[in-house]
Design a protein around this ligand. Structure first.
Ligand code: KIV
Ligand code: ZN
Length: 530
């Protein structure tokens, strides 16, 4: 009888804390809604003590999603656990996830503690968490490099103190599959009182083995897996949720387990995360990459046309990915658009639909055929749930191969029109500088990516920008037939997010909390008086 694997998504915690992946409260709530649609069992919403923003995000997610368990991370001390519980207590199904490093390397160089001291901290912190919350998970950080006998002692201490989930992280992505599998088998066999305690995997991809190790952990007895959408996470990332889920789904003949994930929501989850973070997945990424279902070689195309089974082990429909079929043209109405968006996994609100329809009509006037990729590009433009401060009304640019470029922009805010021009080395730069002159929040670009969307020469350009405004990064993404216009719109979207965040901070929401993870959390980066 196949057994259920509980999917613990940590996109909003381990994923979000990696460089280039930060999200604000609204963005995390939007992602959490999609994770709920995806049907994850547990959703780790953040690390509340890390920053005010993290605390607020966990609280907001806990109030928003009701079906999955909502977990919050805490180090093994009372302050962290208090803060985690404060953020979580409105959740329908809260879980405190507390962790403490157990490898000799971490004890010696990071914690400066003896093994006895760490054991005592585990007992105290798990017991303390249990006094608030019936659902407590404990992670011996760097379990993969922890002396096995000592790991067994640590796990025993956690179980005795009331942990109902034991997560064994390969924190630095060091383990090879048989080792990782054996660790689970050992803990299961040697820790007393394991009946009713769930074992969990948590793997990192430093050696490209995160997904393989997750499957190895399942073979060793794990029934919960921790993973992230698109595999985002510290350094090389965490195990990619979509890859594990599809491996289990496709190879259920040899892996006698199942998940309750709705695979048709995978592509939408991947796309949404890219839109929110600006972190684009590589084209050849398994399951959700643009090329995952593209057949280029003639011999492959021939085979697929005869029967897709020849070269396709997953259909695009299974994961909700668009196929390259022509879907709509300029005579298609709103109804057809809503239907197609629903098929692609997007539930648009009425104002979002109106905006998407307007953009669709503009595109359909210029292109004969509108592809699924175009529709996704349309949704990704301007459907951020943040109120727009400035809207781009007009954009003009003069550039030449010799000399500098000049851009003129006209922006609207609260019914007022503002225009300005700027000259710079390139056309995009001149557009950004003209926008800066109006918004008053200049930025430095840290990432700029251009993709073509849709096949053929009439495809549109999709620009994703990551820009640092007063030291804090925001992303923007937009599509247009003109790369420069798409860049200007993407830049303005990022600037609007920065302005929105600034207003939120000025409204007095921020309190300074110590940064405690490797990437700094900064809530006070805007100059006072902006
Ligand atoms: O990688 C790791 O060890 C972690 C723990 C906090 C679970 O992310
Ligand atoms: Zn991790």
């Amino acid at each position: 009888m196949p057994e259920k694997i509980f999917v613990f998504d940590t996109t909003l915690r381990d994923g979000e804390q990696s460089p280039g992946c930060s999200m604000n409260v609204q963005e995390k709530v939007e992602m959490a809604r999609q994770l709920e649609r995806l049907h994850v069992d547990i959703l780790e919403a953040g690390f509340p003590v890390a920053s005010h923003g993290d605390f607020e995000s966990v609280k907001a997610v806990a109030a928003e999603v009701r079906r999955p368990v909502v977990a919050a991370l805490a180090r093994a001390n009372q302050k962290d656990i208090d803060r985690a519980w404060e953020a979580l207590k409105g959740a329908a199904r809260p879980r405190i996830h507390t962790f403490l490093a157990t490898s000799d390397i971490h004890l010696k160089y990071k914690l400066h503690k003896t093994r006895e001291e760490v054991l005592k901290m585990i007992t105290e912190s798990v017991g303390y968490a249990k006094s608030f919350c019936p659902d407590v998970e404990f992670s011996p950080e760097d379990a993969g490099r922890t002396d096995r006998d000592y790991l067994i002692e640590c796990c025993h201490a956690a179980v005795e103190a009331g942990a109902n989930v034991l997560n064994l992280p390969d924190t630095v992505g060091y383990c090879i599959e048989p080792e990782y599998e054996q660790m689970f088998a050992d803990v299961k066999a040697r820790v007393p009182g394991m009946e009713g305690v769930m074992l969990s995997t948590h793997t990192h991809d430093d050696l490209g083995l995160a997904v393989a190790n997750t499957l190895a952990g399942i073979r060793g007895g794990a029934r919960q897996i921790e993973c992230t959408i698109n595999g985002i996470g510290e350094r090389a990332g965490n195990a990619a949720l979509e890859e594990i889920v599809m491996a289990i789904h496709v190879r259920r003949d040899v892996v006698p387990v199942f998940t309750e994930i709705h695979p048709e929501e995978l592509y939408a989850a991947s796309q949404l995360l890219t839109r929110l973070t600006g972190m684009v997945v590589q084209r050849n990424k398994a399951v959700v990459g643009r090329n995952a279902f593209a057949h280029e070689a003639g011999i492959h195309q021939d085979g697929v046309l005869k029967n897709t089974i020849t070269y396709e082990i997953i259909t695009p429909q299974t994961v909700g990915a668009p196929s390259n079929h022509i879907v709509l043209g300029k005579h298609s109405g709103r109804h057809a658009l809503v239907n197609r968006y629903e098929e692609l996994g997007y539930q648009l609100t009425r104002p979002e639909l109106e905006r998407a329809y307007e953009l669709f009509c503009r595109l359909a006037d210029r292109k004969k055929q509108v592809y699924d990729e175009d529709l996704i590009g349309i949704v990704n433009e301007g459907l951020d749930h943040l109120p727009e401060s400035f809207t781009l009304k007009l954009f003009q640019c003069v550039s030449s191969s010799k000399g500098r470029s000049t851009a003129t922009v006209e922006l609207e805010k609260d019914g007022h029109m503002y225009h300005d021009s700027a000259t710079a080395e390139g056309p995009c730069d001149s557009a950004f500088r003209a926008i800066d002159r109006i918004t008053g929040v200049p930025a430095t670009i840290s990432d700029f990516a251009v993709h073509t969307v849709g096949p053929g020469t009439d495809g549109v350009a999709e620009v994703t920008i990551r820009a640092a405004f007063a030291g804090r990064e925001f992303t923007g993404r937009s599509t247009s037939h003109s790369v420069v216009e798409a860049a200007a719109r993407a830049y303005l979207q990022a600037a609007n997010k920065a302005i929105y965040e600034l207003k939120r901070l000025q409204a007095g929401a921020a309190t300074s909390l110590e940064p405690i993870h490797s990437n700094e959390r900064t809530d006070h980066l805007f100059p006072a008086g902006y």
